[in-house]
Design a protein around this ligand. Sequence first.
Ligand code: AMP
Ligand code: MN
Ligand code: MN
Length: 326
Amino acid sequence: MSAAKFDQIGQVLREHQRFAVFSHVRPDGDALGSQLALGLSLKKLGKDVRIWNDEGMLEKYNFLPEADLLTKPPAEPEDVDVVVALDTAIQNRLGTTVGAIKSAKIWINIDHHPSNPGYGDLNYIDPRAPATGQILFELIKDQNLPIDRAIAENLYVAISTDTGSFQYPNTTARTFEIAAELVEAGVDVGRISQLTYENYPRRRVELLRELLGTMRFNAANRIASFSLTLASAKKLAVLPEDNEGLIDHLRAIQGVIVAIFFEELADGKVRVSMRSKSDKVNVCAICEKFGGGGHVLAAGARVKGTLAEVEKKILEEACDVVSRVS
Ligand code: AMP
Ligand code: MN
Ligand code: MN
């Protein structure tokens, strides 16, 4: 991606005053960390910044520096100059935040999803970047935007969570260089890693136990999946955020190529989350068939139907794809 694009974005950031920084529904570490990092940098520039997410700040990411600045959108719409959408492949995944904007002069769209159609006036989409947080770091450096320890820690969490702690194949030499620069900017690696990965509520582990009880294998043990019913979610009093990352327990099994998590939702749909361990199996393509999207190795969809119906449809499709891989 061209440096000229960073110049254009930098100019818009410098020349306007009122900003709204958004990301996707069911936010992850990259979404929330990126929102706070850019929001904080703009605030240091003296800008008037709103940092809104459909769900507000999640309990599990409450430790992010300045987490309180990220809230649900207000009921009364507001006028801003610039909206920046981060880490959001399609505009409707911004959820209720869009309705809280009465008017905006410019929309900026910064993302790393290959399926992002470029719905902004200014788009910076780099599918090779492992995290939106990595693109933001490059933007901040290139444009000499403010960075401090709080911003660095937010970017570090964004990059660490989207690379599976610097393990997924999208992790590059540049990712480690950036991590080193963030540590030099003040990130306390031990403290931040513990808060990110070793601070789960007990109910999350109870949820894992429940899910493992439903685990089954298809396609000669190359597909592993588990499911969460609404009744089980209610029984365990789990929050939607509690299941982030649990699918990795399936992916981690020897011989498994595709991991699938089915979550029954209250609106008559099922949330499907998919991971692949082989670049020969593109789970984004599978999810796109069902109206979803994502990345080659990590994708999702929300599919209408009962849990049993959706499991059957998705598993059939996944088995078909996996059976064509040697
Ligand atoms: P998840 O399994 O929810 O962690 O999502 C994995 C990846 O797929 C993320 O990069 C999401 O942005 C993308 N994704 C998940 N659900 C959807 C959806 N319904 N539509 C488009 N992309 C999705
Ligand atoms: Mn994300
Ligand atoms: Mn991301």
